[in-house]
Design a protein around this ligand. Structure first.
Ligand code: PGA
Length: 261
């Protein structure tokens, strides 16, 4: 099942939230295809998003970060449990904007993952190399150390987002074969760490995904979905990506049915 994650980052207001959720829910209801959409608005909108959803399960909710302790004197921070109680089923951890702009190390990220797991929420753990690390041929070793260190407390399935730092918000993406290769590599590491796919750990791609390139990226068998920033903020462009993911999922279902008869 393809998983499409909308990361609004620090964008949006209450009006846009309502209109976005109405449009995206309507889009999801049009086809009964099996894709999951996880909406990660700024944390202040989670409670409202949850009450707008009510019993409607077409969208799941996620938060963009949490603190690595369960409570305490941490002015301005929010715990995983608070986010869960506000409606989050998922929490993004270790986004490169947190690693780079807030100095978060894989050690801190591992503690955050532990908190998220303890409260029964699924972490979406981001890993990815910088441009110079890729140019130096170190993309896999960087991703491996981020993954191994960030996931050291993880014992249950999680989502890994492979997001090359240089692809985020830049309009550039790796070549399709490079995306496929890195996803195969991450999945082999997850197997070694016993976070295997049959225990539902999935690997999604993030970094400049849009309505134009979504079909070719999501069609890669190694890619289980996408984490989308800029192109998720406006409902129109996000709905185009949903359409692409729905069609691919339907086509896959038809092909595998045809192969089984
Ligand atoms: P982008 O962001 O789609 O704008 O590149 C992706 C992300 O940062 O998660």
């Amino acid at each position: 099942m393809s998983m499409i994650i909308a990361n609004w980052k620090m964008h949006g207001d209450a009006l846009e939230l309502r209109s976005w959720m109405a449009q995206v829910s309507a889009k999801m209801a049009q086809k009964s295809s099996q894709i999951e959409v996880i909406f990660c608005p700024p944390a202040v909108f989670l409670s409202e998003a949850k009450s707008l959803l009510g019993d409607n399960k077409t969208l799941l909710l996620g938060a963009q970060d949490c603190h690595h302790e369960s409570c305490g004197a941490f002015t301005g921070d929010i715990s995983a449990d608070m986010l869960k109680k506000s409606g989050a089923d998922y929490i993004i951890i270790g986004h490169s904007e947190r690693r780079l702009l807030h100095g978060e190390t894989s050690e801190i990220i591992a503690k955050k993952c532990n908190q998220v797991q303890l409260v029964g929420v699924i972490p979406v753990v981001c890993v990815g190399e910088s441009e110079s690390e890729r140019a130096a041929g170190n993309a896999e070793s960087v991703v491996k150390s981020q993954l191994v260190e960030s996931l050291k407390h993880i014992t249950r399935p999680c989502i890994i987002a492979y997001e090359p730092v240089w692809a985020i918000g830049s309009g550039s993406t790796p070549k399709l074969e490079e995306i496929a290769q890195m996803h195969r590599y991450i999945k082999s590491l997850c197997d070694q760490m016993q976070l295997t796919r049959d225990r539902a750990t999935r690997v999604v791609y993030g970094g400049s995904v849009n309505a134009q390139n979504a079909a070719s990226i999501l069609a890669l068998p190694e890619v289980d979905g996408a984490l989308i920033g800029s192109a998720s903020v406006k409902a129109e462009s996000f709905c185009e990506i949903i359409e692409v993911a729905q069609l691919l999922t339907l086509n896959r279902a038809v092909t595998s049915h045809a192969a089984s008869v």
